[in-house]
Design a protein around this ligand. Structure first.
Ligand code: AMP
Length: 116
């Protein structure tokens, strides 16, 4: 399987469709999930063409990966959920139910989250 450059997050990154942006830098975009599952539910997305976590870890430069997760942490603090707690989720592949084939991390918090 190869990266689909027409996937919805690629089109958001290319500014072909809008998003409710929280943060942007050269490598990363973060925006609110359109169907939130918690009071705070954002998606943190690297701008590069990575299909999923496996692809990202295998092919992104180590410095970019490190910066990405530092950004996730910074956003949790800025959104006021670092102390109360939050959940990070990344879906990979069919069994996970991954809908969008562009690597992203869900950052959820703002209230006690249901257990599985
Ligand atoms: P996943 O199953 O991990 O691929 O999750 C994809 C997520 O993207 C879901 O939580 C969707 O609600 C969300 N989503 C899909 N389209 C958009 C969009 N245009 N803007 C914001 N979030 C979206």
């Amino acid at each position: 399987m190869s990266y689909d450059p027409q996937n919805i997050f690629a089109r958001i990154i290319a500014e072909l469709i809008p998003c409710n942006k929280v943060y942007e830098d050269a490598n990363t975009l973060a925006f609110y999930d359109i169907a939130p599952k918690a009071p705070v539910h954002i998606l943190v997305v690297p701008k590069g063409p990575y299909m999923d976590f496996e692809d990202y870890v295998a092919h992104a430069p180590a410095q970019e990966i490190s910066g990405f997760f530092q950004t996730v942490s910074k956003l949790a603090q800025e959104l006021g959920i670092a102390e109360s707690g939050y959940r990070l989720i990344t879906n990979k592949g069919e069994h996970s139910g991954q809908e969008v084939p562009h690597f992203h991390v869900h950052l959820l918090g703002g209230a006690p989250l249901p257990l599985w």
